[in-house]
Every structure is written in C-alpha cells, then in structure tokens.
Ligand binder design. Sequence first.
Ligand SMILES: [Zn+2]
Length: 340
Amino acid sequence: MVDKMLRSIISALLKAAAAASFLCLSLLSPVLIPPLYAGAALDSLNEITAPAESPVVPWPPEPPAAGPAASVSAARALNVYFISVGQGDSEYIELPNGKNALIDGGPSKSTGSLLAQFLARHNVTKIDYVVLSHPHTDHYTGLNYVFSNFTVGNFYDTRMDNLGSAADNALRDRIRGLGVNVSYPAPGDALDWDPDVQAKVFNSCPVSTQSFSGQAVNNCSIVIKAAYQRSSVLFAGDIENEVESALVSKYGGELQADALKVAHHGSSTSSGEAFLAAVKPCDAYISAGAGNNYNLPAAAVLARLWAAGATVHQTDMDGTQEFSIGASPSPAGQALAFMR
Ligand SMILES: [Zn+2]
C-alpha cells in the first residue's frame, strides 16, 4: 500500500515536471487538438489558450448534419487498445481506413479468454493484419483462438523457431494451411496497412534462425512504429537491452513515439535509459498479469519510465488501455485517449 502511494506521488511529481517543461504536451490531449511536438509546443499552446471569438450559434440549434460526412470523420481515428489479457501481450489497432490489425494474442486460446471477450465487445468479425511479434506462449497462444474464429487477411511473422516449444510451429503450419498471406517483414520495411498511416518495422529476424534461449527469441521480436497525423505508437515486443541499443544506434530519433508499448512486460532487462531517451514516450503501456510470478513490471523500469517523463499505464492495475490519434471528442468533451 505504501509502495503504491509512493509510486503515485513520484509519478505525479514527474508528470508535473514533464508538463512544466513541455516534454509531453500531447498529454493535454492527442484527441481534442492535433497532437503536438515539443518544438511546436509554445505556438500551439498559445493557440489553445488564446481567447476564441464567440461563435455565432443559431437558436434553436440545428440538428447535426447526417450522412456520409459524419461517419467518415468518425472513422478517421487510429485507435490502439492495449488489451488486458493477463500475463502476456495483445494489442488491437483500428486503422483510419476501417481496417484492423492485431499484434499478438495473449496467453489463452480459450473461447472465454479476455482477448475473446474484447473482440466480441468490439464486434470484430475479421482481422486484416495479424502480427506475431515472437514465438513465446504469452504472445502466440491466443492466436490459435483468433485463427479458429476469424477470417484473417495477412499474417506477419518473425523467422525465429523457438526450440523450447512445438506449439509455435503447429500454429504456423495451421496458418499456412488456411491459405493466409504470410510474410516476414525485415527491419526498414513499411507495412501497407493504410495509406495515411506510416507503419515501419524497426526489428525482426527476417532470416531463419532457431534457439532455445528466451533472450534470443525475445530479441527477434517484430518492432513496429505506427505514425498517423502528428502522433505515433511504438510496439516494442519483448526486445531486450542489446537490441534496444542497436536500434538507438541505427535509428536514433526516428524511434521517437508518443506512446510506447513497453518491451517485455516491464522486465528490468529492457527499457534502458538510452532507449527511452530516444523514444521519449509521453504514455507508456505495460501489459502484465495481476500478481504475476515474475514481479513485473520491475520497480526499476517504472522508475526509468517516470524519469523519462512518461505516464505509465498498466493492464494489471488499470485494465485495457486505449490510445487514440485523431479521434473526435467524445460526447462529454473528454479525450478518448485516456478512456479506461
Ligand atoms: Zn512476453
């Protein structure tokens, strides 16, 4: 309890410091206004705070225009859900063009799993793009459910064979048997998901390799940055420090993202200072199971994320999290980005 209070206090202090230095102005709302970058912060802040001219409002108010224009603008958001799937990873993405993507499937293939419940609630009937970040059970098991219950258009895989498991290859064989388009993106590749979204691969293992080592398997994780309008989300899979360092050397500031799916469930062998300094996340999302056996997220990682100025969201404590770019304000006028 004391730990929790301390964490809240430290988080609040660091958030205040970050806000004061305009590091994460998109915290104000990546939704109600176009997301801001630090460089544009002062001008944009003036825009926000400048007194607006009184709009001329007809009375009685006219009903909102019906028809295609309204539905088109409603669909123009990029919505990312960090799904609470227990100890594992699964992220669902609604693309502005109406297509959808799923990165990983969490640890359960049960029809009553948390992933199954989420997809049902969101009326998902088909998935255009499914990504397996890397072949560990907490990422691929739930994809068995997905491929059994949904039509999938494309499957993106990394060419790592986890020798500690046979079930990953059984799933892959099954997917190939379904006639799904399978591809193995290489670092630097762009994923053709939506002409308005830049989805770039920063890490993967595009050449066949095998290992018993959990670390080696983690380091083959497909890492994707999805950028839309002036905001972005980086999905870091389970990469560990050595790959993070390589990415910083290779891509530097290109790694910058407003939201970060924290690598490896907040494990201390990931989320190094240099990596976080390059990403500069305003919002950090950790997917971990409540009371998990690994004591994740690690306290050291939380401290590093807070020190980097990020607001930390945890699926184990806060449930499924949403980050939206370009959405319309909700009826209550609140930012959807932080809807729980
Ligand atoms: Zn994992």
